[in-house]
Ligand binder design. Structure first.
Ligand code: SF4
Length: 294
């Protein structure tokens, strides 16, 4: 494994509390950390000699991005206008952005296979529009194009950020219902922090009652599957516990591999980038990130 020193610990003693010196956490960054602290460091904190973060392009991510952008883009229209433009046309436009090496595809065959899977998902949703034809609620935009965020703990100076794919408005009781589009083959892990994080985001960022939530596995299901959101107290406890572990590791600057040398699935691709064994396919200047094909 490459020998990378984590940056200096970020101390907060006496520091003014604001969004610039807070520790930001999200579902994906906490997940990275819980999988492996070192993988978290490589993915979320490491900067190369050009001062840029690094990330990996991959087929599953590209498929997910194109499908999510197509469906979530419908939120920019009023309910009755959402399907005026053919959904497949929007999908084709979004696919162009992930086509080729930039999307992690190593061959035309690989890309066509992924695109076909994604296209079938879009066709399924188009044939079973259900909640997407109904009223929806959009969370207010945040400054500087940031995802929705709030203080998970002011005392600990931790901010939680996260996006909600779709919020259906339920006029019968003036409530909202979460819909999360799933493009992967597997069910969401039952221990995932996704639902607790939704509970917290909804509580902090909007005022309506929450009447439910559903995971929509769009590769195989015609409608969302109901899931139960946890109560605020237990959600806050679980997410804060995990976020504090992230913060503590950042403070002491220790992101050790719990398995010793050798590397495993969660960090190997990043080690390859750092060792100069991956192909640079794009520089995202806005996010100061270099994207690599492994
Ligand atoms: S080998 Fe596995 S456990 Fe060790 S740093 Fe990499 S991802 Fe983490």
């Amino acid at each position: 494994m490459a020998d990378i020193k984590p940056p200096f610990a970020q101390g907060f003693g006496g520091a003014k509390q604001d969004k610039y010196n807070a520790v930001w956490v999200s579902h994906s960054s906490i997940n990275d950390f819980l999988k492996c602290p070192r993988a978290y460091f490589l993915h979320n904190m490491y900067k190369n000699e050009r001062g840029r973060k690094v990330n990996i392009v991959n087929v599953h991510l590209s498929l997910g991005i194109s499908v999510h952008e197509t469906l979530e883009g419908l939120l920019n229209y009023k309910a009755e206008e959402r399907f005026k433009k053919p959904l497949l046309q929007t999908f084709e436009e979004n696919w162009v952005k992930v086509s080729g090496k930039v999307g992690g595809f190593k061959s035309m065959e690989e890309e066509m296979e992924a695109k076909e899977r994604a296209r079938r998902m879009i066709e399924r949703v188009d044939a079973h529009r259900g909640p997407l034809e109904k009223l929806a609620v959009k969370l207010p935009p945040h400054a500087n194009n940031m995802p929705p965020n709030f203080y998970l703990s002011e005392k600990d100076n931790i901010i939680l950020s996260g996006k909600i794919d779709w919020l259906e408005y339920v006029p019968e009781n003036d409530s909202v219902r979460v819909i999360d589009f799933k493009t992967g083959k597997n069910d969401e892990d039952k221990d995932s922090l996704q639902l607790p994080i939704y509970t917290l985001l909804l509580n902090a960022l909007q005022k309506r009652k929450v009447s439910g939530a559903g995971y929509w596995y769009i590769e195989r299901n015609d409608e969302p599957t109901d899931v139960e959101l946890p109560d605020i107290k237990s959600a806050h406890k679980r997410v804060l516990e995990a976020a504090l572990k992230v913060k503590q590791a950042r403070e002491v600057g220790v992101f050790e591999c719990p398995r010793g040398a050798g590397g495993c699935f969660a960090c190997k691709p990043f080690e390859k980038i750092i060792n100069g064994e991956a192909q640079l396919v794009k520089v995202d200047e806005e996010r100061k990130t270099e994207l690599y094909l492994i």
